[in-house]
Ligand binder design. Structure first.
Ligand SMILES: [Mg+2]
Length: 369
């Protein structure tokens, strides 16, 4: 039997910063009338005939059990007095960039996880500050002073624990997990809180009798690998507070995708095909804009019952061409087992990206000939 050695790198100082109810907090800041009221960023179901989902909501709204990804309709039913705002994403992105500039005062090792979250490796930092907790506090202060927004910070020796720590005491929290505390922290943690464990994995883990971190410790490494592959290998280590993946600055784009959720389920084949085509068009445009080509076309379909299917196909030659991407995506759709269920989401993604410069050059040249 193969034995994989356990190496636990505890030499690093990692901070995870996560803005508190980011979009809603920005709107509250810019519109004092909203303060103290439940605020939801998402389509107002009274204006869309019940369509739309909650993108984020403030802590007032969360008291009513509202959370992101809930349908706007349900949110409205839970809290009719909530204020729905459709959201100003270019404003949020701009603030996101400004936050990143704050992080970069301390270290260039900044890995954005989304518009309002990032990992920072401050083991060696620009100000020569020894304490990562002190840096986390300074960042919280900078963000408050300059943007009047709050964030939560997690500090530990790896990304996995830092992320769990930032989530531990929201909003406006600061949690430190020392190497000697990691095991205890993870033992009591429900398995669905382990970052990276999705709904499907939770189901499988429950079947294995795993509900908390401490249960995970009892499952042999090979069993986890048998059930989850590479992810099982990671899980075995994460249960022991081990996660050595580095903070990757300015992540290189690995895929370009477009997906849409439909408030009104799609049934007619014509509608479905038209939506696949629209997604393919957006992906092709983005690829050209980013001077990328990709070899793998992925179609994602989510049905009315939330069951989700992704299927991929690999091309001989990488492409950014709309016709090829669209054609392949439609082909994948045709190959799926027929279903009478309505479709609530369609997505087209191109991955396996490489720089498109050579192909673009060839195209230009062939036009000249
Ligand atoms: Mg956040």
């Amino acid at each position: 039997m193969l034995i994989f050695p356990l190496i636990n790198d505890q030499s690093r100082k990692i901070i995870h910063i996560d803005m508190d109810a980011f979009f809603a907090a920005v709107e509250e800041r810019d519109n004092p009338d909203l303060q103290g009221k439940p605020v939801i960023i998402g389509a107002d179901p009274r204006q869309t005939g019940g369509r739309g989902v909650v993108s984020t909501c403030n802590y007032q709204a969360r008291k009513f059990g509202i959370h992101s990804a809930m349908s706007s309709k349900e949110a409205y039913e839970r809290c009719p007095q909530a204020i729905f705002i459709s959201g100003n994403y270019s404003k949020y992105r701009k603030i996101g960039r400004q936050l990143r500039d704050i992080f970069k005062r301390y270290t260039d090792l900044v890995e954005p996880l989304s518009i309002d979250e990032a990992y920072l490796d401050v083991t060696i930092n620009k100000l020569g500050i020894k304490s990562a907790v002190k840096i986390a506090r300074l960042i919280q202060k900078d963000i408050w002073d300059e943007h009047h927004l709050t964030c939560s910070a997690g500090v530990s020796y790896n990304k996995f624990l830092a992320k769990l720590a930032s989530d531990f005491d929201k909003p406006h929290g600061l949690t430190l997990i020392m190497p000697e505390q990691a095991q205890e922290f993870l033992a009591q943690l429900p398995i669905e809180k382990f970052y990276g464990v999705g709904r499907q994995s939770v189901k499988k883990l429950h079947q294995l009798g795993v509900y908390k971190g401490e249960d995970l410790l009892k499952v042999p490494e090979m069993t986890l690998i048998d059930h989850f592959g590479r992810f099982g290998y990671d899980l075995y280590r994460k249960a022991r507070g081990i996660s050595n993946s580095p903070v990757k600055p300015d992540r290189i784009r690995k895929s370009v995708g477009s997906e849409r959720t439909y408030g009104k389920l799609l049934y007619a084949e014509n509608d479905i095909k038209a939506e696949i085509s629209k997604n393919a068009r957006r992906v092709a445009n983005a690829l050209v804009q980013n001077k990328k080509v990709g070899r793998i076309i992925v179609l994602k379909v989510r049905y009315a019952d939330f069951s989700t299917l992704t299927k991929r196909t690999t091309l001989e030659q990488p492409t950014a061409e709309f016709e090829v991407i669209e054609g392949k995506a439609q082909e994948i759709f045709n190959s799926l087992e027929e279903s009478s269920a309505g479709i609530r989401l369609l997505g087209v993604t191109v991955t396996g990206l490489t720089s498109g410069k050579t192909e673009l050059l060839l195209d230009l040249r062939s036009e000249n000939f």
